[in-house]
Design a binder for this molecule. Structure first.
Ligand code: TYD
Ligand code: MG
Length: 462
């Protein structure tokens, strides 16, 4: 290499989404955020001078790499440890894998520390753990554990933010599980950048990942989602870790949903559902109907759908408000769904349903703060919009699901029968679904199932 070894190579990384660039620019092309790029050193001068120290990390030995036929590789099923919380195990893909590094992200106050402290206490007899707190004092952590009624013996905590010192302690205490709360407070001596900056957060996480892989210790990294780019968000770490779990949920509601966005050990989009109580997060192992607003009789602008997030069906209420707009450019606001999809659906509604909302503001919300990512929400969204526009509720005890295509066709969605079963179990009497998802008999366990092929048919039925 022509470059002198002492000159560290740098890159520019977006603190919002983690995209990196060779040169600085004002706007991140990946996420569109402004002024979020900051310079990071790809390798520090010290590391560049002694590559050996970098490769062997801080402790363990690394064997020289050699090519091996995959068939000869021992594939011992990764040992899994239960967190003692069924919903948490479910999101992790059946428990915590040995040496797994899991990023747990979410808004401040949503319950990250609470959940991890509960899991740590549950797992302590089997997996000795170490809770590293960089945000709260030891007294606050102990106080919370007491309020949660957790057994305090066997819980080890450390108030420290310097990664080198954390690892020093870890080497002595030999925990099998380490929780870093939060990664944004940690910093490493090898960099001069401020704690919370992209380079500190990435380097601190990289150290902990290396430690996890070398020692087989499972590591949870807590990451706050930040609205401003001042502190690096957890997204800059997503590619470094084995699993990424994010909390969703209204701050107003007591329900919390933990969703797997990435998981090397299990299914993505798997959901775990919890309720915040005065004794911490309780699991809701049968969450099907908790996302219904439960507001008595049918209301205009509301439609219940059966979504299938992860591996189980959920009944979710979609609400729409359509109102004459004073603006020349009426508003389209969605919470819990994808915004561009609503614009597309409204265009289909106009073109193939003959329903015009061009001069109306349209607001769509998924009740309970849950996010619905699948296209099965298309039909319920349009039914809710129509219901609000006409100010007439859908018939009582009606559910719907189905994808809407650009030519006004209603397309089938996966696991139709499972969805119908869930609706019938919860006492729904009528389902408007894609024709291909409807049983030939026109009914399912006492529920009338109306199969539709075109949007216009669906609108008539509603
Ligand atoms: P916390 O776990 O500190 O959130 P995070 O680590 O994600 O910032 O959760 C704090 C919130 O949870 C706070 O608003 C109080 C509430 N809470 C309860 O309602 N019950 C409890 O038993 C606990 C410990 C917290
Ligand atoms: Mg916290």
């Amino acid at each position: 290499m022509a470059k002198p070894a002492s000159k560290a190579r740098t890159a520019y990384v977006c603190s919002e989404c983690g995209a990196d660039y060779a040169k600085w620019q004002g706007q991140c092309e990946a996420c569109g955020a402004w002024n979020t790029l900051s310079e990071i050193a790809l390798e520090t001068a010290a590391q560049a001078k002694s590559p050996a120290s970098r490769r062997s990390g801080w402790a363990g030995k690394v064997d020289a790499p050699k090519v091996t036929p995959l068939a000869q590789v021992q594939t011992d099923e990764q040992a899994r440890a239960s967190t003692g919380i069924g919903e948490f195990d479910r999101v992790l893909g059946g428990g915590l894998a040995e040496g797994a590094v899991v990023l747990v992200g979410g808004d401040p106050g949503i319950g990250k520390s609470t959940l991890l402290l509960q899991a740590l206490a549950q797992m302590a007899p089997a997996l000795p753990g170490l809770y590293v707190t960089g945000e709260e004092s030891l007294a606050q952590v102990a106080g919370r554990a007491q309020r949660l009624g957790l057994p305090l013996e066997g819980l080890q905590a450390l108030a420290e933010t310097c990664v080198e010192r954390i690892l020093e302690h870890a080497v002595k205490a030999r925990p099998r599980l380490l929780i870093a709360d939060s990664i944004q407070t940690l910093w490493t001596e090898t960099l001069t950048a401020a704690p919370g900056s992209v380079s500190q957060v990435r380097e601190a996480a990289a150290r902990l990942v290396r430690y996890a892989k070398e020692t087989g210790t499972a590591v949870f990294l807590v990451g706050h989602v930040t609205k401003e780019g001042g502190i690096a968000g957890p997204r800059v770490l997503e590619h470094m870790v084995d699993a990424v779990l994010y909390f969703e949920g209204d701050s107003g509601s007591r329900f919390r949903v933990l969703r797997a966005f990435k998981n090397r050990f299990g299914a993505v989009n798997e959901l775990g559902v919890f309720a915040m109580s005065d004794r911490g997060l309780r699991e809701v192992s049968n969450p099907s109907a908790i996302f219904l607003s439960g507001s008595g009789g049918p209301q205009p602008g509301s439609c219940v759908m059966v979504t299938r997030e992860g591996t189980r069906p959920l009944l979710v209420e979609v609400q729409a408000l359509v109102d004459a707009s004073p603006l020349s450019n009426p508003r389209r606001v969605v919470v819990g769904l994808e915004g561009n999809r609503l614009a597309m659906l409204l265009a289909v509604l106009h073109r193939h349903g003959g329903v015009m909302v061009g001069d109306q503001d349209v607001f769509v919300n998924v009740v309970g703060g849950i996010r619905v990512q699948e296209t099965a929400a298309d039909l319920p969204v349009l039914l809710a919009v129509l219901s609000s526009l006409r100010d007439r509720p859908l018939p009582e005890k009606t559910v719907a699901f189905g994808e809407v295509g650009l030519s006004g066709e209603i397309r089938p969605v996966p696991n139709g029968e499972e969805r119908l079963k869930e609706a019938a179990t919860h006492g729904f009497r009528r389902a408007i679904v894609p024709k291909a998802n409807a049983p030939k008999s026109g009914g399912y366990k006492g529920m009338e199932v109306i199969g539709v092929e075109r949007l216009s048919q669906a609108l008539e039925q509603a």
